[in-house]
Structures are given as C-alpha cells and as structure tokens.
Write a new protein. Structure first.
Length: 202
C-alpha cells in the first residue's frame, strides 16, 4: 500500500495518538496509520485542491471516512487542538522551514520530518530553536532517506525522567525482592544446619 519510506515514518508514530500529516497528497500515510491500528484518527492536510481530492479518493477507497479527515491547510495553520504528532515528508528544506516558522510547533508532542535534501540545515534549525532530536532513521527506497524525530526539550526531559524513574522503581523493587528471597534462603539454611552446629559444639 505504501513505500518503505512512508512505512518507516509510520513505525515512528506512537500508538493511539492523533496525527496531522502535512502535504498528505494521496493520503497514503494517514490511511496506513489507521488501517494498521496505529492511530484512530489522522488528519490529511494539503494546501492544493488536486492532492486533497486524491486524498479523499483514497479515504473512500479504504472506507476510512471519519477516521482519516482531509483538511485544506497551509502547513499546520488549520491543525486542530487535538493533534499530538505531526508528520512532514517528501518536501524541500525551505518549504519545511516555512511550515515550522509559521506555526507554534511547541504544542505538539513531537514532529517526524523527512526532507529530500539539506538535512544538515534541518538539524541546525532544530538546534537553533531549542528542540532536541529524539530519534532518527535512514531508509533505502531507491534512494537513502533520513527521517528525524524531534520535539520540545522540556517534553523530552519529562519523558526521559519518567522512564528513568520507572526503571529506578522497578530496580529497587527487584532488589528488595531478591534481598528478601536471599534472607529466606539463609534462614532455611541456618535452620537445617543448626542441629549439626549444636552437635559439633558438644
């Protein structure tokens, strides 16, 4: 249904999140996200009416009306407040920069961006604007494509801290469990050896 490039982008989307796909064209990525059970609701945004109509045709083909929602939008200008994740792919850096500058992207949990060239400029943009790269992939699909996942540094630190805290709690619980188990073994061993110890002292 979709290319390796788009499938790799889909693999980076957390489950049960609302997604806004910028420049969705035929709506292949949004439909795939819903079809695969990754997302229950995806917006397929495009600034051109022709691609938007293509997207509607794809949505109807797979019977995903109401789950994949076509939106006539210049970048993220018409993105609703329930959007968690943004995907942007297949564009040039200048276009992507315009989209990012034209919206408050800090309100999203993270953005997944794949541009066809000038990836170094995208990295610089992310750094200069106080965002952080959370993940990145390289996929070969007749060409090598770089996919970057980035978000607000504060959100990233909260997520990292939560993961760290979770691991710390689990480690502590396991340590206590192992200690208690070890103490039980020592008590049982002492109990079994106590007659021998008493006999040897005679």
């Amino acid at each position: 249904m979709i290319s390796k490039r788009l499938k790799e982008i889909a693999n980076l989307v957390d489950k049960n999140k609302v997604v806004f796909d910028v420049g969705s064209d035929h709506g292949l990525l949004p439909c795939f996200l819903v079809e695969e059970g990754i997302s229950e609701k995806v917006y397929a945004g495009d600034i051109a009416l022709g691609p938007l109509e293509n997207g509607k045709a794809t949505i109807e083909k797979y019977g995903l009306e109401g789950k994949v929602i076509p939106v006539f939008s210049d970048g993220l200008k018409m993105a609703s407040k329930d959007v968690d994740i943004v995907t942007i792919s297949g564009m040039g850096y200048q276009t992507v920069e315009h989209i990012l500058n034209d919206s408050d992207i800090s309100r999203y949990q993270y953005l997944i961006v794949q541009i066809n060239k000038d990836v170094d400029l995208l990295r610089k943009y992310i750094s200069d604007h106080g965002y952080t790269i959370e993940d990145e992939r390289v996929v070969y699909d007749d060409f090598y494509y770089e996919i970057i996942v980035f978000n607000n540094l504060t959100i990233y630190l909260i997520k990292w801290s939560s993961k760290f805290l979770y691991k710390s709690v689990i480690t502590t619980l396991l340590w206590r469990y192992e200690r208690e188990k070890f103490e039980d073994i020592l008590k049982a061993l002492y109990k079994s050896l106590s007659p021998l110890l008493s006999y040897s002292s005679l």
